[in-house]
Design a protein around this ligand. Structure first.
Ligand SMILES: Nc1ncnc2c1ncn2[C@@H]1O[C@H](COP(=O)(O)OP(=O)(O)OP(=O)(O)O)[C@@H](O)[C@H]1O
Ligand SMILES: [Mg+2]
Length: 583
């Protein structure tokens, strides 16, 4: 296999922190590398250096003449004046049939190919970007958490595509399941150094466990030998005839001590418990004939009759833009119901973790300030304990939120949440950016937490570990899904396959119906629809622009953008409903 990229002795220093401390490696053709490491280990920094977006303090990155890098740049705005197929053909200089073949692998066909890319939904736009990147025929893809902003169906598609991808890629993701399914090699960055392992993630983790076990056994044997030798030396040191042997025993002990092995990872893991006031049994919340949505517009969902028990661990599922966040916001009291009501248990005390709660983190605030602001009347000691539990110590406490890695920022937000006692937690995508170890600890803490948890998340292992109740938001309704989270994901995969088939069959049927329908379509309705579509296009473009910014700048920080994104999602949800009401 020919080499594609060669990095030599890369070094990067932030303050006193050696993020990369002399890292060298070669990426060859056909390599499927999963780059893992704890939050803040330096993965994003390394990928940015490889892509030429950031400079190393020293060291070199050499691309071979036959190497073409493929980097997913989400900030790129897709055009609204050319059909998707034509767009793909023009950016790749490849015939349309060739483009449509690859597009079909990402479920882009028929209608989507003939519409301009800017008018497609967020998930489909992401697919178009992936296809456009792949049509350039890159030999090496650099993907930093590509799964983070995808909805579940798109995530499953990308996963299966990358698994069979013949080219090379170097990708990061904290989704262990995705990494296991996609990558055949595992590289880990820790303490500024890079370890390369020629196997998948599970094999790597097993190997690490075995190494730790071997180290523990070796240490036990060495310690026994040392203590025997020590006993001999103590006993015979005073005896002239054996003194020299006692001396040599002492030297032997010193030698054995050097052979003691470091056991396992010396990296600390977040460790926390989520505080909760006493919770009795009974319903936590009852929604009665609830309609959710936005004042003055058609509702997002209606007729919601749902009861959630105290202590239940509830998932709200459904495709992006279908009303999950609207439902969460209504439950959390951030949004008023359009009709009906939500009745909370009188002692419910809600802690809300919005996907966009970063806008409450001021970029210039230090970690310590961010925690203090949220702490209420918690003592300084408790604040420091919470900071420590989420791994912020000494110098870290003085870092400004602006420079934190994605995962470090998520940890600050979690620490803020557990500084107060809540009997209900409403969490929107809490695991985005968190490393697997922290996600595991969070899952355990949520499971042990006696209060009610209402969650939106695409992290499968995490959800599997916690969820006991599922509600699906779909077609303007909220239904109780009977089954486990795993069953729900399986259903979704099957449905995606069926839908692709149904769409093909339907397109023939609708052609006929369309002709009849056109005759009776109310002109006014059409006009309104076109107007709404225009508005949706504009909103969609603005949204992809912001998501792109976050993707491209995972450590960058922009409260205005976060706020605008939340507004855009609301406006889009409204526009979609409005459009539907004019069909
Ligand atoms: N300008 C800066 N000043 C100080 N520290 C910085 C700066 N930029 C990044 N860092 C630190 O460098 C470390 C590495 O950041 P990086 O974003 O590469 O981590 P990562 O491995 O991608 O983490 P994550 O898994 O959370 O995405 C972090 O501890 C971060 O706080
Ligand atoms: Mg990162």
């Amino acid at each position: 296999m020919r080499p594609l990229l060669e990095a030599t002795d890369l070094r990067k220093l932030y303050g006193r922190q050696h993020v990369l401390d002399g890292v060298s490696f070669v990426v060859s053709e056909g390599a499927h590398i999963g780059l893992v490491g704890r939050n803040g280990a330096g993965k994003t920094t390394m990928l940015k250096i490889l892509a030429g977006d950031e400079e190393a303090d020293s060291g070199t990155v050499k691309l071979m003449p036959w190497t073409r890098l493929g980097v997913l740049r989400q900030h790129e705005i897709l055009p609204d004046d050319v059909a998707t197929l034509a767009y793909l053909a023009s950016t790749s200089n490849r015939p349309e049939w060739d483009c449509s073949k690859l597009a079909a692998r990402f479920g882009i066909k028929g209608k989507e190919l003939s519409l301009p890319p800017a008018s497609l939904s967020g998930g489909y736009q992401m697919r178009v970007k992936i296809v456009a990147m792949l049509l350039q025929n890159p030999t090496l893809l650099l993907l930093d958490e590509p799964m983070n902003y995808l909805d579940l169906p798109t995530l499953l598609l990308l996963e299966s595509f990358l698994r069979d991808y013949p080219g090379s890629f170097l990708m990061t993701s904290h989704d262990r399941e995705a990494m296991q399914n996609i990558c055949t090699e595992t590289w880990e960055i820790a303490n500024g150094a890079l370890a390369e392992f020629p196997g998948d993630l599970e094999t790597y983790l097993d190997w690490k466990d075995e190494q730790a076990e071997y180290a523990r056994r070796t240490n036990k044997r060495l310690r026994r030998e040392m203590s025997d030798a020590q006993a001999f030396a103590d006993r015979f040191r005073a005896k002239a005839s054996l003194a020299s042997r006692a001396q040599s025993k002492l030297r032997h002990i010193a030698k054995l001590r050097t052979q003691l092995k470091a056991v396992g990872s010396n990296l600390p893991t977040a460790a926390f418990r989520i505080p909760c006031p006493a919770v009795t049994s009974g319903p936590a919340v009852r929604c009665v004939e609830l309609s959710i949505g936005y004042e003055g517009y058609a509702p997002v969902a209606t007729g919601i009759n749902v009861e959630i028990q105290r202590g239940a661990k509830v998932a709200i599922v459904g495709e992006n833009g279908r009303g999950k966040s609207t439902f969460l916001k209504t439950l959390g009291g951030i949004l008023d119901p359009i009709a009906g009501e939500t009745k909370w248990w009188h002692r419910a005390n809600i802690g809300y973790f919005s996907q966009l709660s970063e806008d409450t983190l001021s970029p210039d605030a230090t970690v310590l300030q961010a925690l203090t602001q949220a702490a209420g009347d918690a003592s300084g000691e408790r604040i420091l304990a919470a900071a420590g539990a989420f791994l912020f110590r000494n110098d870290d406490l003085e870092k400004t939120c602006r420079v934190l890695s994605g995962g470090e920022r998520a940890r600050v937000r979690l620490a803020r949440l557990v500084l107060r006692e809540h009997s209900v937690l409403i969490l929107d995508e809490p695991t985005n950016h968190l490393d697997a170890e922290t996600v595991e600890v969070l899952a355990r803490a949520l499971k042990e937490y006696p209060g009610t948890v209402i969650l939106v998340s695409h992290a499968r292992t995490f959800m599997n570990a916690i969820i006991d109740t599922i509600f699906e938001v779909r077609d303007g309704m909220v239904r109780h899904y009977i089954g486990t989270y795993e069953e729900y994901v399986n259903d979704l995969t099957n449905q995606a396959e069926e839908t692709t088939h149904v769409v093909d069959v339907e397109s023939h049927a609708t052609q006929k119906d369309d002709r009849k329908e056109q005759a009776v379509t109310n002109r006014e309705n059409k006009r309104v629809q076109v107007r709404i579509e225009d508005r949706m296009k504009k909103l969609d473009r603005e949204k992809s622009d912001i998501l792109a910014f976050f993707f491209e700048n995972p450590t960058d920080y922009s409260p205005e953008k976060n706020r605008r994104l939340a507004e855009l999602e609301d406006e889009l949800a409204i526009a979609e409903r409005e459009w539907l009401s004019h069909v």
